[in-house]
Design a protein around this ligand. Structure first.
Ligand code: PMP
Ligand code: GLU
Length: 385
């Protein structure tokens, strides 16, 4: 009696390995955690204080399903001023995490058999959500010699009459690469006028390094009406457990997607929304502080992995992930990850979960001491192979 679509879903390996790492740590095991898909910083106090105040003031009931009006206003202001996305509060739905924004967008846009272009490596949940919607995934296997960046020729070749959606995620989880405004414009030129939408997951927008700048796809001239942008508070404000994200789109899409919210979650947590509003109001300096810290750790991790025999890391341009070629070790991604955890108590995520066998994902959302310790253990692991 189980729906075959649900039966065919994979468990989330990012969540699974993260949970296993936390369990081992709780049991007292000295695990170095390179698996974390969340910042290791505590949620900033300006967000926590606003949530406490919301509770004390009785802001604890249902609120409009599309979100708290003041928060939608603040998000629209941020998107206009920082991202150059020409939207108003009516173009925004606040959701229970960015994950639910992706889910609502995918369900609002896709019908059965619609084709979705998915550049690989991709974040683990996209293929599963597309599958759940009954649509068809068409994976574009980006090449490692291009650091897994989608090339315009690859996009052109993959496009068919059935293509309805292109899913972009930049800076990318897991590869850590990002796209310039020029590269994004070239993608848009290819799909323009072909009735293809872009789902642009920009949740790591604040974490870009080396003076690179983030450009929102919806800010490209003419692209707004056919772009759904997804973002949230999990990564930029260390608020993963608060479950707060949002989607931004043309009003027709918002009208349809908000019905999905009405009949599923009703609204994202009112308390989290009060905290999110405070984060947007007071969080500018905080974001820059964590960006600098992550860039510093990126450098330590990259140098350590790059100097380890048999490993070829891609130098991340953003996020807190580093994707690393382990194929020279002769191990599969899974055997590498499970061997490393078993023998050296270091957790990483195998690349096959992201559609990239031969790679593993390191997260540098951990302290520099842990990064140094982890690199030493990895070298011991490699020595014993
Ligand atoms: N998109 C990407 C690429 C992610 O890495 C994550 C992290 N889980 C999400 C979306 C979802 O974030 P959340 O639901 O915590 O807002
Ligand atoms: N996005 C994070 C990761 O990729 C969190 C885990 C998840 O939501 O899948 O590890």
């Amino acid at each position: 009696m189980i729906n075959p679509r649900v039966r065919s879903l994979q468990k989330s390996s990012t969540l699974k390995i993260t949970a296993l790492t936390k369990k081992l740590k709780k049991e007292g095991k000295d695990v170095v955690n390179f698996a974390a898909g969340e910042p290791d910083f505590d949620t900033p106090s300006f967000a926590k204080d606003a949530a406490k105040k919301a509770i004390d003031n009785g802001f604890t009931k249902y609120i409009p399903s599309a979100g708290m009006p003041e928060l939608r206003e603040a998000i629209a202001h941020k998107l206009n001023s920082e991202n150059k996305i020409p939207c108003g509060p009516n173009n925004i739905i606040v959701t229970s995490g960015a994950k639910y924004a992706l889910f609502a967008a995918i369900f609002a846009l896709l019908k059965e058999k619609d084709e979705v272009l998915l550049p690989a490596p991709y974040w683990v949940s996209y293929p599963e959500m597309v599958k759940l919607a009954g649509a068809t995934r068409k994976v574009i296997n980006c090449k490692k010699e291009n650091n897994f960046k989608l090339q315009k020729e690859e996009l052109k070749k993959a496009l068919t009459k059935k293509t309805k959606l292109l899913i972009l995620n930049y800076p990318s989880n897991p590869s850590g690469i990002t796209y310039s405004a020029q590269e994004l414009k070239e993608f848009y030129e290819i799909i323009k006028g072909k009735n293809v939408f872009v789902l642009s997951d920009e949740i790591y927008e604040k974490l870009v390094y080396d003076e690179l700048e983030h450009t929102s796809f919806a800010s490209l001239a003419g692209a707004y009406k056919t772009t759904v942008t997804v973002n949230g508070f999990s990564k930029s404000f260390s608020m993963t457990g608060w479950r707060l994200g949002y989607l931004v789109a043309d009003e027709e899409i918002i009208a349809q997607a908000s019905k999905i919210i009405d009949h599923t979650t009703s609204c994202a947590s009112s308390i989290s929304q009060a905290a999110g509003l405070a984060a947007l109001q007071h969080g500018k300096g905080w974001g820059e502080k964590i960006r600098r810290e992550f860039q510093y750790r990126r450098d330590i991790l990259w140098e350590g992995l790059n100097a380890s025999k048999g490993l070829v890391p891609i130098r991340s341009q953003g996020t807190f992930y580093m994707f690393c070629d382990i194929s020279k070790t002769g191990l599969s991604s899974f055997d590498f990850a499970s061997g490393l955890l078993e023998k050296q108590l270091v957790s990483v995520i195998p690349g096959d979960a992201f559609g990239a066998e031969g790679f593993v994902r390191f997260s540098f959302a951990t302290s520099k001491e842990q990064i140094h310790k982890g690199i030493e253990r990895i070298r011991n692991f490699l020595k014993d192979l």
